[in-house]
Design a protein around this ligand. Sequence first.
Ligand code: RFL
Ligand code: PHB
Length: 389
Amino acid sequence: MRTQVAIIGGGPSGLLTSQILHRAGIDTVVLEARSRAHVLSRIRAGVLEWGTVELLRRAGVGERMDREGFVHEGVFLSARNAQFRIDFVRQVGRPVMVYGQTEITRDLYAARDAMGGVVIDEAEGVTLHGLDGDAPWVTYVKGGTEHRIDCEMVLGCDGFHGVSRRSIPKSALSEYETVWPFGWLGVLSETPPVSDELIYANHERGFALCSMRNRNLSRYYIQCAADEPLEKWPDDAFWAELKRRIPAEAAERLVTGPSIEKSIAPLRSYVCEPMRWGRLFLAGDAAHIVPPTGAKGLNLAASDVHYLTQALIAWFRDGEAEGIDRYSERALRRVWKAERFSWWMTRILHRFPGQNPFEQRMQEAELDYLAGSAAAQTAMAENYTGLPF
Ligand code: RFL
Ligand code: PHB
């Protein structure tokens, strides 16, 4: 098989890239290791920056999001000495959209199918070849047979554990990483959300977050130990712990019910530089990971896709190399700022093992400052709703 662009990974980064390139007349093949049912059952991100919303609309996949998504003009933060709302629209003139990653992936698959896009699922043993030349190729096994795709570019959109980043020689990469000393226990339940807007809570027993997917689907998280067994958290224990950590009036209102999904996610900050090696370009979680506190992971994937598709369109249409040559530098400037914001949100909201009273007071002062300063709220709102592409 031959294509212009081989895309490794059929998550949001890979599908959105394929969709935008196809609309620009560029031929792509997407190789996904898992089944479509598996990809569509993942429960992940929920908050979209306004730039992500606009990118999805431009890609022709915004219709259901605009109909079913929820525009949030602000967010609540709660801590012992401060409980307050940050009004995004007042501070920076733009809201965010609450619309699940699961739904975006579904919309992207439907759009790819409608345009006759090629997405090969259950592709095993994907291997990248000839990345340092100008005629790379990719091999994979499907149904016991090995296949080969010749292409001009390879895009690594295969997440943190994918094969793409590992195909770059270690000596060509710089990696920066912090593993946080806790995880998030997440629960999805078919209950009405406790609040119209998200609540991020700093509590002495640990962080908690109230989020949502729709009017009858809630998503809640509590900080837990990264290596805790899930069996430690039957539904009753989860709800009881969540109630302790969120503001009292929210705890009173909280409607509980059986969990329909429950999982523990470790928290990591990670960046790999550069995001390009020869004919291989990395995008999304393949190149960087943020802790979920700032709701930046999917949004960073979207901004990478924006820079990368613009660069590839200029290259394929006009033979213009400036965009692909500067892709890594452009994307990384935004990546590092989102890393900083996610790191800051994580630091001010969680309980750290061995946190001493001074550090505790620093956290309280950060939150108190944020509660009382329009300047601090503007900075928070500017980052949360998304820095410009
Ligand atoms: P994905 O979604 O991991 O997709 C990569 C795809 O590549 C496939 N793959 C391979 N395919 C072929 N060959 C191989 N060797 C392969 N290896 C892997 C995988 O099967 C998969 O289908 O990466 P992508 O597309 O870059 O998208 C990134 C986002 O998924 C991620 O950043 C977000 O989910 C992060 N995130 C959040 N981001 C936000 O912007 N807002 C949020 O509110 C938010 N909340 C979250 C989150 C992530 C979470 N978890 C569980 C990690 C909440 C949680 C709990
Ligand atoms: C979610 O709804 O899953 C969600 C929302 C905000 C975050 C992280 C996750 O910061």
